[in-house]
Design a protein around this ligand. Structure first.
Ligand SMILES: Cc1cc2nc3c(=O)[nH]c(=O)nc-3n(C[C@H](O)[C@H](O)[C@H](O)COP(=O)(O)O)c2cc1C
Length: 346
């Protein structure tokens, strides 16, 4: 058994989940501040091979395996995470003003299911602080900016929030993700409805095309949409000429879990991520791929805990994949072991 499974994970899992997150975050930052350790980590985890490269939207991804939004919301760890073999890192969700998010506890482990329930609520330092951090980064890894709205901004004014984040981050990220799919900001997912979504994406794309070199714009969607909603989203994505869709965010479903229903009830609302999400998100990817005529690209995310999980998403039609919960259950070698396995399946 590896060091993470036998030593690190048992220690982290003794801590309250959010405390464990901050603890692991700080340890990574500290350990990777030493040039020798950074050098070792790069040697151990970064895999460079032309077969792994993906050229999309004018960007060259060194591997198709990225870090999903929510892990490094505030762009605090980009240079360190870049040493761990990710092909790209998505920061955020970032909102115009800083906000604390929902009251704690708001992060829960479901070990029997290798899953997480979170209702963080876009806790983040706000776009200005994040931009200042991005200005100081030294790594050249591809960074995506995942943008959202503040909790107190009503949906009628949501476009303003997205535009503020878009313009302020423009010079410091390589692509954008428009997040309308978090279940933890009241009414946010209503922005996935046809009319508000078309308005939001048209406005952002118009702003984008005013720049000399527009950035790739992606939409992140929930796994809980109906076929009609997915069809609307496909049409809007084509009409607004987005580069792609990130499928998917966390689910509000609690089906097919091993964890007792009493425990699930005691946790309460939030988005479920990890293993139980894998099939659901792969089904969404497959549907999008079948119905998009390859006119946009799909980034697959949800329940990737192994190379096989990533391959399932790629076979369903994803060009890139992202992971988050898998890191918690499988450890920081996951992105590089997935990339390595992709190399051998060529
Ligand atoms: C604690 C936590 C916080 C998250 N925060 C965000 C977020 O701020 N923005 C976002 O788009 N997705 C967020 N996500 C969703 C992930 O990016 C991802 O879509 C989802 O967890 C499914 O992938 P996974 O099963 O590999 O974790 C969060 C997930 C977790 C577990």
């Amino acid at each position: 058994m590896c060091l993470y499974q036998s030593v690190v994970k048992p220690i982290l899992f003794k801590l309250e989940p959010e405390t464990a997150h901050h603890f692991a975050f700080k340890q990574l930052k500290y350990a990777l501040s030493f040039p020798l350790i950074r050098h070792w980590a790069k040697h151990r985890y970064m895999i460079s091979h032309s077969f792994l490269e993906r050229k999309l939207w004018g960007l060259t991804f060194p591997t198709p395996v990225g870090l999903a939004a929510g892990f490094d919301k505030n762009a605090l760890l980009i240079d360190e995470l870049a040493c761990l073999g990710f092909g790209f890192i998505e920061i955020g969700t970032v909102t115009p003003r800083p906000q604390e998010g929902n009251p704690k506890p708001r992060l829960f482990r479901l070990p029997e299911d290798k899953a997480i329930i979170n209702r963080m609520g876009f806790n983040n330092d706000g776009v200005d602080v994040v931009v200042n951090r991005l200005k100081k980064r030294t790594s050249s890894i591809i960074v995506g900016g995942n943008i959202g709205k503040n909790k107190t901004t009503p949906n009628e004014n949501a476009i303003d929030d997205y535009l503020i984040c878009f313009e302020k981050l423009f010079d410091y990220v390589d692509y954008f993700t428009v997040n309308v799919s978090s279940p933890n900001t009241p009414n946010l997912r209503q922005l996935q409805d046809k009319k508000p979504l078309a308005e939001l994406l048209t406005t952002l794309q118009n702003a984008n095309h005013k720049h000399t070199n527009p950035k790739p714009l992606l939409l992140k969607i929930a796994p809980d949409l109906t076929t009609d909603q997915l069809n609307d989203i496909i049409n809007i994505t084509l009409e607004t000429e987005l580069q792609g869709i990130i499928a998917t965010n966390t689910t509000i479903s609690r089906q097919n879990l091993r964890t007792s229903s009493e425990k699930i009830a005691s946790i309460g609302v939030g988005g479920l991520s990890g293993k139980p999400l894998a099939q659901k998100s792969t089904d969404v990817i497959r549907y999008l791929a079948k119905n998009s005529n390859q006119k946009f690209d799909i980034v697959g995310v949800g329940g990737i805990h192994s190379a096989e999980d990533a391959i399932n998403k790629i076979e369903a039609g994803a060009k890139l994949v992202q992971l988050y919960t898998g890191l918690i259950y499988e450890g920081i070698s996951l992105p590089s072991s997935v990339a390595k396995a992709l190399l051998y399946t060529k």
